[in-house]
Design a protein around this ligand. Structure first.
Ligand code: UTP
Length: 297
């Protein structure tokens, strides 16, 4: 039913104020988990889901992101000459095929919906994925791949979903759950950052979406009408209001909110422990500091 999804939009034009002062000169997406920048995890996830065109919505000061995907002939030949073949293949894995990657500027940070809208001409008239690189998701099957597979059966719009505790609803877009079948459910409403008492459920939207081009038209209208932040959630909610299908997909895997300091630190620990060459030394250190903390209490 759903058309094949080959394009992904990466909105990375936000200011990353929660990571100041680092983000004064480094884009948030270049911050590393162990030794790989956040953006690399997002690209790998997109590739695993069959994405072949990568669209970045950037802003001033994001040059390091564009450089990151360039080929680095001097570095590569130096690694080759010194026989560092493992490092060479790590570096080569970051190269993007010419023409596979496009950058577009969001001139003003008017919100996530506006950032996606800025990419409309590159997206054209086909369904597309949106990946927020600061949501890092681990799991046996990458999150977007789970969604793309489900989308082939359903079409419509699809958002990734995760249960959160009731007192946290005001930090997320929250979904009304209509009908469930396995990990997927039909969405009856979407509310941006509701207070716990007003939330239709505790099912939150996480940073992975598959959207129809109709959502871009909805954003067109919002651009004309609204001031302030232009929310992606509102443009998807319009789909529900006009009687078109929107699905939530409760992915299997663990999500880290690397846009927040606490989430980023948790991810650093989890990814450090997942690395074979670091695990023993790092785990021993964590044991040591937690024992010292207990002793001090
Ligand atoms: P956030 O809400 O995390 O904002 O945006 P932020 O600017 O990145 O970080 P803080 O809150 O100031 O620390 C969620 C995603 O939407 C993108 C961001 O780059 C991030 O990937 N975004 C947000 C845009 O591309 N443009 C915007 O106008 C707003």
């Amino acid at each position: 039913m759903g058309q094949k999804v080959t394009k992904a939009v990466f909105p990375v034009a936000g200011m990353g104020t929660r990571f100041l002062p680092a983000t004064k000169s480094i884009p948030k997406e270049i911050l590393t988990l162990v030794d790989r920048p956040l953006i690399q995890y997002a690209i790998d996830e997109a590739r695993a889901a069959g994405i072949t065109e990568f669209i970045f919505v950037t802003s001033r000061g994001k040059g390091a992101l564009e450089d990151y995907f360039d080929h680095a002939p001097e570095l590569e030949s130096s690694l080759q000459k010194s026989g560092k073949s493992e490092l060479l293949s790590i570096v080569k894995n970051t190269n993007m095929e010419s023409g596979a990657i496009a950058y577009i500027r969001q001139h003003k940070a008017l919100g996530l919906g506006h950032a996606v809208w800025c990419a409309r001409r590159l997206i054209g008239d086909e369904p597309f994925a949106v990946i927020l690189p600061d949501d890092v998701i681990t799991g046996d099957v990458p999150c977007l791949k789970q969604m793309v597979d489900a989308y082939e059966e359903t079409g419509g719009c699809m958002v990734s979903a995760m249960e959160v505790s009731r007192d946290k609803t005001s930090a997320y877009g929250i979904l009304g759950v209509r009908e469930e079948s396995g990990p997927m459910f039909s969405v009856s409403e979407m509310v941006e950052k509701p207070a716990p008492g007003e939330a239709p459920s505790n099912m939150a939207v996480i940073g992975r979406y598959i959207l129809t081009p109709q959502v871009l038209s909805n954003l067109d209208e919002m651009k004309k009408g609204a001031g302030g932040e232009i929310q992606l959630t509102d443009a998807i909610a319009t789909e529900i209001r006009e009687g078109r299908d929107v699905y939530g997909y409760q992915f299997s895997g663990q999500r880290f909110d690397c846009g927040s300091k606490a989430g980023y630190l948790q991810a650093t620990v989890a990814f450090g422990l997942a690395r074979e060459e670091l695990r023993d030394e790092f785990a021993a250190y964590l044991d040591q500091i937690s024992a010292a903390k207990k002793a001090a209490e």
